[in-house]
Ligand binder design. Sequence first.
Ligand code: SAM
Length: 243
Amino acid sequence: MLRLPLPDATRRPETGSARRPIRSYVRREGRLTPAQRQALTLCWSRYGLDVHAPFDAQTVFGRRAPLTLEIGCGDGVNLETLARRFPEEDFIGVDVYRPGLGALLRRLVPSPLTNLRLYAADIMDVLEAALPETCLDRVLIFFSDPWPKRRHHKRRLVAPPLLDHLARVLRNGGRIYLATDDAGYGAAMTASFAADSRFGQLVVRRNDPVALRVPTRFERRAQRRGVDVHDLQVTRIRSPVQG
Ligand SMILES: C[S@@+](CC[C@H](N)C(=O)[O-])C[C@H]1O[C@@H](n2cnc3c(N)ncnc32)[C@H](O)[C@@H]1O
């Protein structure tokens, strides 16, 4: 049996940039179960992408198809559903939480997918080091950690540095789908995109089951608590340099 080293979400690519002290997540590696660890070890060579290698869709998937990136895919329930529903499209999930990725890989063992790949890494590193310009058709960011306390707002992922990257990697007309159960974060996301001329056609919808989202445990938790889910859809506007 071939055993591969587990992906290390903490190893940072050499981008030359200064080390970022503020992260949008807290490491919770202790909860990796033996079964998840085994799935990661056995399946990573098939599904895992290396943040240190430039991404090329043709090389990875053997074709050019519409490409969706889910940021913070957690245990991949939404990502797997989409990949099975749209076999003619390709999907990439990114998360630093290896137990979640391990849970996804466990489900893929009996029923493999050819149109799905994963990064076990910080999305900012993936964007800085791996993804080329205009390579994405869709970006999904569902239930990003809200960091509700004011002193923690600086940890929120959906903020101008991420928008700079998304403006680069999304094709013209590409879409970003976001959902959050935190009203304050929802308002901040809306304000960030509204203030950025590279994005437009903002549609704000409440408790609308977006076609590209299946309920995850975070959504179900919001429903149990009677908390509104805020959906945003944003379009990358054509820019002169993208032609
Ligand atoms: C609240 S969970 C939501 C997971 C999933 N979207 C869902 O709805 O079930 C947020 C996820 O984002 C991941 N995350 C937070 N910051 C991240 C980052 N900078 N890069 C990659 N993943 C990140 C966390 O590890 C966590 O799995």
